[in-house]
Design a protein around this ligand. Structure first.
Ligand SMILES: [Zn+2]
Length: 79
């Protein structure tokens, strides 16, 4: 399970996560593979929606550039 793999920690903000997000959205052709899914809190999930990670980060003000780069490396680096 994705949630237990990620220990219920949201991949984006580090808060408690109880939902699963597709890194590449299903509507954009993303598959429900282990490597394409991360644990995600409700807030981040609803903010990200069906967008790519880069669009989500561009749109969201609570992440600075350093955090974005770190997240991209961490999330995409392990796929
Ligand atoms: Zn979150």
């Amino acid at each position: 399970m994705i949630l237990s793999r990620d220990k219920n920690v949201c991949a984006y903000c580090g808060n408690y996560g109880e939902t699963i997000d597709h890194i590449v959205p299903r509507s954009q052709g993303g598959l429900s593979l282990f490597s394409n899914c991360v644990c995600c809190c409700k807030r981040c999930n609803s903010e990200k929606g069906n967008r790519f990670l880069s669009e989500f980060f561009n749109d969201i003000s609570r992440f600075d550039e350093e955090t974005e780069n770190e997240l991209l490396t961490r999330i995409l680096g392990r796929t």
